[in-house]
Design a protein around this ligand. Structure first.
Ligand SMILES: NC(=O)C1=CN([C@@H]2O[C@H](COP(=O)(O)OP(=O)(O)OC[C@H]3O[C@@H](n4cnc5c(N)ncnc54)[C@H](O)[C@@H]3O)[C@@H](O)[C@H]2O)C=CC1
Ligand SMILES: O=C(O)[C@H]1O[C@H](OP(=O)(O)OP(=O)(O)OC[C@H]2O[C@@H](n3ccc(=O)[nH]c3=O)[C@H](O)[C@@H]2O)[C@H](O)[C@@H](O)[C@@H]1O
Length: 430
C-alpha cells in the first residue's frame, strides 16, 4: 500500500518518515518546490533532532520519495495524510485555504477509492467540510472516507513522540476506515480513542488549550510569587507530586510560543464565539500569555534603571529548545521591545538565525555565548537551551560590563549565580 503525505513541514515530514519506518511506501508532496528538492537531497529544511538520519535511510532504501506533481501524487497513492498548515487569520480563526486546496486536488485527480487521514489541527466540523470539498471537485462520483487523526507531537522531540504517542485519536463515521487507520499504525504500542470526527477535532483543541492554561496559571502565580518572596519553581515541585496535577507544564517563564498553542487557543475562542459561548478562562489564558513578556521587561527596567543605551545579551531565539522554529517565539517580542527602547542587542541561539524583520543596526548575532555576553549590561535568557544552563557563568562574569542576569526560563541556579556576584532575577523567583 502506498501512502501520500500532503504538506511536508514539521508534521508531514515526521509522519512520512514514521510511515516509512512502519514499512509503508511513502510519497511526500508539497507545493513548496524548495522543500521538495531539499528533502529529495536528504536535507531537512528545518532543524529536528534525529529526523535527518531517518530521512537519509529511507531515501537510500527507496521507501520514500518526494514530488511536486499533484496528479502523480494522488493517482499513485491509496491513503492520503493531510499535514498542511492551518495558520491563524487576523480574527483568530484558522486559515483553511491549504486544507481546501488539498481536498480539491484529491477530488480532481482521484480515480479509485481513497482513505484520507486529517492530521492537521482543524476547527470542529472540518472533516464534514473536507468531504464536501472533495465531492464537489470530483469529476465522477468515486467513494472515499475522511478520518480525523489529530497529531500530538512536540517540536524538538518529534521523532520520539511520533513513535511513542500517549494515545492515537481516530474520529471516523466509518468503522472500516477507522480499522484501516489502526492497521496502518499496527506496530505502534498506544491506546486508541476511536470516536466521532467532531470529537476528535475538539480533543486536539482541548488538549492544547489545557496545556496553555497550565502555563498561564503558573505565569500569573509567578507574578504574585515575586511580591511575596516565594519561589514559583518550588511551588511547581510541591504541587507536581499530586498526580491529579502532574509535574509537567508547570514551568513559569516569559510565555508560551510556537506555531500551535497561540494559534489553537485563539481558534478555539473563535469557534466558541461563532457558537455564542463565552470561554472566559481561555480569554484570560491568552491575555496572561500576551502580557507575560511585558511583565518580565518591567522587572528589567526597574532593576537596570531603564534600557536606553544599554547593551542587552539575549540568549535563545527559538520558541523552545530543540528547534529552530521562530513562530510566535516570545524572544522576538522581547527583542522588538528592547529595540524600541533604544537598547543595543547581542543575540545567540545554537540553531536559529535572526529573522529578516529583526535585522537592524542595533542588533548582532554571535556564534559563541562568550562573544554574546561581552560588554553586556544584562543577559536575558529567552530559551532554555541546555548550553545556557551549563555555560561557565563563573568565568562569563568577567566579560560583562554589568553582571545582571534575567532568567526568563528559570534555568540557572539563582543562589549559585548570586554567590558568583551576579544580580540575578529568575521569573517568579524574585
Ligand atoms: N508543528 C507541530 O509541532 C505540530 C503541528 N500540528 C498541526 O499540523 C499542521 C501542520 O503544521 P506544521 O507541520 O508545523 O506546518 P508547516 O508550515 O511546517 O508545514 C506545512 C506544509 O504544508 C505545505 N502546503 C501548503 N499548502 C499545500 C498544498 N496545497 N499541498 C501540499 N502542501 C502544501 C507548506 O508548503 C508546508 O511545507 C498544522 O495544522 C498544525 O497546527 C499538530 C501537531 C504538532
Ligand atoms: O499542536 C501542536 O503543535 C503541539 O503543541 C505543543 O508542542 P510544541 O508547541 O512543539 O511545544 P511545547 O513543548 O508544548 O511548548 C510550547 C510552548 O510552551 C512553553 N512552555 C512549555 C512548558 C512549560 O512548563 N512552560 C512553558 O512556558 C514552551 O517554552 C513553548 O514556548 C504540544 O505540547 C504538542 O502536544 C502539540 O502537538
Amino acid at each position: 500500500m502506498k501512502t501520500l503525505v500532503a504538506g511536508v513541514g514539521y508534521v508531514g515530514t515526521t509522519t512520512a518518515l514514521l510511515l516509512a519506518e512502519l514499512g509503508w511506501k511513502v510519497l511526500g508532496f508539497d507545493t513548496d518546490n524548495s522543500k521538495i528538492s531539499a528533502l529529495s537531497n536528504g536535507t531537512l529544511p528545518f532543524y529536528e533532532p534525529g529526523l535527518d538520519t531517518l530521512l537519509r535511510t529511507h531515501l537510500s532504501n527507496a521507501n520514500i520519495c518526494f514530488l511536486v506533481d499533484p496528479v502523480q501524487a494522488i493517482r499513485e497513492s491509496q491513503v492520503v495524510f493531510i499535514c498542511v498548515g492551518t495558520p491563524s487569520l487576523e480574527d483568530g480563526s484558522s486559515d483553511m485555504r491549504y486544507i481546501r486546496s488539498v481536498a480539491e486536488m484529491i477530488g480532481n485527480h482521484m480515480q479509485e477509492y481513497k482513505l484520507i487521514v486529517m492530521k492537521s489541527t482543524v476547527p470542529v466540523g472540518t472533516q464534514k467540510q473536507v468531504v464536501q470539498w472533495i465531492s464537489e471537485a470530483q469529476i465522477s462520483s468515486i467513494p472515499f472516507d475522511v478520518v480525523s487523526n489529530p497529531e500530538f507531537l512536540r517540536e524538538g522531540s518529534a521523532v520520539y513522540d511520533a513513535f511513542h504517542p500517549d494515545r492515537i485519536v481516530i474520529g471516523s463515521d466509518s468503522d472500516a476506515a477507522a480499522q484501516q487507520v489502526k492497521m496502518i499504525y499496527r506496530d505502534i504500542d498506544s491506546p486508541y480513542v476511536v470516536t466521532k470526527p467532531a470529537t476528535a477535532e475538539m480533543i486536539k483543541y482541548a488538549a492544547n488549550a489545557f496545556l496553555a492554561a497550565k502555563i498561564s496559571y503558573m505565569n500569573e502565580l509567578a507574578r504574585l510569587c515575586d511580591q511575596i518572596d516565594v519561589s514559583i519553581s518550588d511551588i511547581a515541585v510541591g504541587i507536581g507530586y499530586d498526580p491529579r496535577i502532574g509535574k509537567s507544564f508547570l514551568q513559569a517563564g516569559i510565555g508560551y510560543g510556537g506555531s500551535c498553542f497561540p494559534k489553537d487557543v485563539k481558534s478555539l475562542l473563535h469557534i466558541a464565539k461563532e457558537h455564542d459561548t463565552n470561554l472566559s478562562l481561555l480569554q484570560q489564558v491568552v491575555h496572561i500569555n500576551e502580557t507575560q513578556y511585558q511583565y518580565f521587561i518591567e522587572q528589567m527596567v526597574r532593576r537596570l534603571g531603564g534600557l536606553d543605551g544599554k547593551i542587552i545579551a539575549v540568549l535563545g531565539l527559538s520558541f523552545k529548545p530543540g528547534t529552530d522554529d521562530l513562530r510566535e517565539a516570545p524572544s522576538l517580542k522581547m527583542i522588538s521591545h528592547l529595540l524600541q527602547s533604544e537598547a543595543a542587542i547581542q543575540v545567540h541561539d545554537p540553531v536559529a538565525a535572526l529573522p529578516e524583520q529583526l535585522l537592524h543596526k542595533n542588533i548582532v548575532q554571535f556564534e559563541s555565548i562568550m562573544d554574546t555576553v561581552r560588554q553586556a549590561d544584562a543577559v536575558v535568557i529567552c530559551t532554555e537551551w541546555p548550553e545556557y544552563a551549563s555555560a561557565s557563568w563563573s568565568d562569563l562574569i568577567q566579560l560583562m560590563r554589568n553582571a545582571a542576569v534575567f532568567d526568563g526560563r528559570n534555568v540557572l541556579d539563582g543562589e549559585q549565580m548570586k554567590a558568583w556576584g551576579y544580580d540575578y532575577y529568575g521569573i517568579g523567583n524574585g
